[in-house]
Design a protein around this ligand. Structure first.
Ligand code: OSB
Ligand code: MG
Length: 368
């Protein structure tokens, strides 16, 4: 595939409701949409960096810099064979996984369109629809949290994740468990704790949670091993797993029992697939995380989650949980069995609503 032109759109989309985590509160979702033209086809990708470095050190501003000034010169005008060829060309750029992953996604979209195959087919996906849940932000009171969760349960979500942070953890989780004794429930701390908090968090172990996600530092694996040793509930790593190698470290160190896979954090869909395979070989289940994606990233997540070892429900909710107007014509809806159907069209299987994309664009850079 000869890369003929690349366009970067720095977008900002209003969220239907604010989303609060241990690292901050978002009312809008910023991202970079990447459009690549090659041999008469157009491929789209989404870089899931946001306006702040709370989840990951990258932001839309650093991503635009790396995309324009370092990734572009390595691929523009070049003939890129596939995702692994792209990854090999990226070795001179350390880190910046979210930026790299956005470009890799657009390449997959192009490959699928050229071959007339969906990403699900290209990845060897085995499911036509994938089980999904909803990630619920921190609320003002446990009562408000139960009310918000009730709304999502009534919408049909059979798995709920609640965000926790110091002061908003055990009591909040107990309140949700009491209101919904049988729902599949999990918590996500986004690195808000240290080992000093482990004893205080121990009551979480009595709530029959599916998992506790990323309690400790974003660059830690070893303390998570110690944390896991104290808890019966599986620890799941998100932030800490920044490459397939880190997945192997975590497995060998017994730092977790479950892995959250996000193609962005890992540096590309190819790296997400490799992480899936490594976990599968160790009988460790994975699930697909979310970054409040637009319809582009959501389509990519659904294709990834159709792979066999995505055993737990993903953070891939319906479009109407996030945005009144998305940048794809297609909107993803929740089926009555708490699943979302995997796209079947070529590539990502979605089409971009150019008017919507334009209306959300803050800055546009074209290179050719
Ligand atoms: O830690 O999983 C996370 C959103 C932004 C950054 C980090 C996370 C999240 C979510 C939202 O939990 C998942 C979704 O897209 O619905
Ligand atoms: Mg997480």
């Amino acid at each position: 595939m000869k890369i003929e032109s690349i366009t970067f759109y720095n977008i900002s989309m209003p969220l239907i409701a604010p989303f609060e985590t241990s690292f901050g509160r978002a009312v809008e979702r910023e991202a970079v949409i990447i459009e690549i033209r090659s041999e008469g086809l157009t491929g789209y990708g989404e870089c899931v960096a946001s306006d702040n470095p709370g989840y990951n050190y990258e932001t839309v501003t650093t991503a635009m810099h790396i995309l324009k000034d370092f990734i572009t010169p390595l691929i523009l005008g070049k003939d890129i064979k596939d995702a692994l060829d792209f990854q090999e060309r990226m070795v001179s750029i350390r880190g910046h996984h979210l930026a790299k992953a956005g470009v890799e996604m657009a390449l997959w979209d192009l490959i699928g369109k050229r071959e007339g195959k969906s990403l699900k087919q290209l990845f060897g996906g085995v499911r036509d629809k994938v089980e999904v849940g909803v990630s619920v932000g921190i609320q003002a009171t446990p009562e408000k949290l139960v009310e918000t969760v009730t709304g999502f349960v009534n919408d049909g979500y059979a798995r709920v994740k609640i965000k926790i942070k110091p002061g908003k953890d055990v009591a909040d989780s107990q309140a949700v468990r009491k209101a919904f004794p049988n729902i599949r429930l999990q918590v996500d701390a986004n690195s808000a704790y240290s080992m000093d908090d482990a004893d205080r968090l121990k009551p979480l172990d009595d709530l029959n949670l599916l998992l506790i996600e990323q309690p400790l530092f974003e660059d830690d694996i070893w303390d998570h091993h110690k944390f896991q040793a104290k808890f019966n509930t599986p620890v799941c790593l998100d932030e800490s797993i920044i490459s397939p190698r880190h997945a192997r470290y975590a497995i060998e160190m017994k730092a977790c029992k479950i892995i959250n896979i996000k193609a962005g954090r890992l540096g590309g869909l190819s790296q997400g697939i490799m992480t899936h395979d490594i976990a599968q070989q160790s009988n460790m289940p994975v699930w697909c995380g979310g970054m409040l994606e637009t319809g582009i990233g959501r389509a990519s997540n659904l294709a990834l989650a159709s792979m066999p070892n995505f055993i737990l429900p993903g953070d891939v909710s319906a479009s109407d949980r996030y945005y009144t107007r998305d940048i794809t014509h297609e909107r993803f809806v929740l089926n009555s069995d708490s699943t979302i159907t995997v796209p079947t069209g070529p590539g990502l299987g979605v089409t971009v609503d150019e008017d919507a994309l334009k209306s959300y664009t803050r800055a546009k850079v074209v290179v050719n």
